[in-house]
Design a binder for this molecule. Structure first.
Ligand code: ADP
Length: 262
């Protein structure tokens, strides 16, 4: 591990340089630590599906030739696990890409009204068992500086979760409004809700409130980390208000594009 430079007790340029150098080193070390943690988490997450596929291949090797039932079940279960892994790998790629967005570069300007209308009508089409209400209080042509597909991705993550963790009330409310200097979008569900202790952790990579149950629902615990990374890359904010048993509200905010930037 790298050595920090001895701190000089001087207020001149050299003292400042050493201080900057040490801060840079600390940031680098924190980053390396994060990457190590990520590789560890990924290995851990991949171990279960790999073990499941391995188990089924062992069954097939021993009994598959003689027992058509084993053959069918094991192939089906393995394909399902492989699909899960594919999904996990795609989400990990999304997360890595979300971490690499550089907002310094000039980027796309997105019409929030258009994206919301399109995404909500798509979601209504795909999930016809849900009632999705859209309260549109956006000014016409509300523009933000963000790639369109990134805004879509965040909305889809939040709406997907709202439906995945719903209970018997199959209802969703989306509110959107243009404020003084920002746009606010709220996705509200009436599902199982999240306790205050869990609320602090749900944005962490790979975090799931109920590991066993969300695995059934296909969750990897990456959706909200991707959403948070995307939102924050564009100087936005994401937050949650929730009560166990009565539902959740996820709010995202983005700075509005100023007129002179048009
Ligand atoms: P996952 O792919 O598992 O859904 P997320 O990162 O999107 O991962 O969410 C992390 C965890 O937060 C979920 O596993 C779930 O327990 C909880 N969660 C997320 N959204 C909601 C919601 N709308 N209602 C209740 N719980 C939620």
């Amino acid at each position: 591990s790298q050595e920090r430079m001895p701190v000089l007790k001087r207020n001149d340029e050299l003292g400042e340089l050493v201080q900057n150098f040490n801060q840079m080193l600390d940031r680098m070390q924190a980053y390396i630590q994060q990457q190590k943690q990520f590789v560890g988490d990924v290995s851990h997450e991949l171990r279960t599906p790999v073990a499941v596929v391995q188990g089924h291949l062992n069954l097939l090797e021993r009994w598959g030739k003689d027992d058509p039932e084993v053959l069918e079940e094991s192939i089906e279960a393995s394909l399902q696990e492989i699909n899960r892994m594919k999904h996990l790998i795609q989400e990990m790629l999304d997360l890595t890409r979300a971490e690499q967005i550089d907002v310094q570069f000039p980027n796309e300007v997105t019409n929030v009204n258009e994206v919301l209308n399109r995404t909500i009508s798509d979601m209504r089409m795909i999930h016809q068992d849900f009632v999705i209400t859209y309260n549109d209080a956006l000014k016409p042509d509300t523009m933000i500086k963000m790639y369109r597909n990134h805004l879509e991705q965040v909305l889809i993550i939040l709406m997907d979760n709202a439906m995945k963790y719903s209970t018997d009330r199959k209802e969703l409310i989306v509110d959107a409004s243009t404020e003084e200097d920002k746009v606010e979008i709220i996705v509200q569900d009436f599902g199982e809700g999240i306790s205050p202790e869990e609320q602090k952790k749900i944005f962490n990579r790979f975090y799931r409130v109920d590991k066993a149950r969300t695995r059934e629902k296909g969750g990897n615990g990456l959706g909200l980390s991707i959403a948070q990374k995307l939102v924050e890359s564009y100087h936005g904010k994401i937050s949650v208000i929730s009560e166990l048993g009565s539902g959740s509200k996820f709010k995202i905010e983005f700075p509005l594009l100023k007129d002179e930037e048009d």
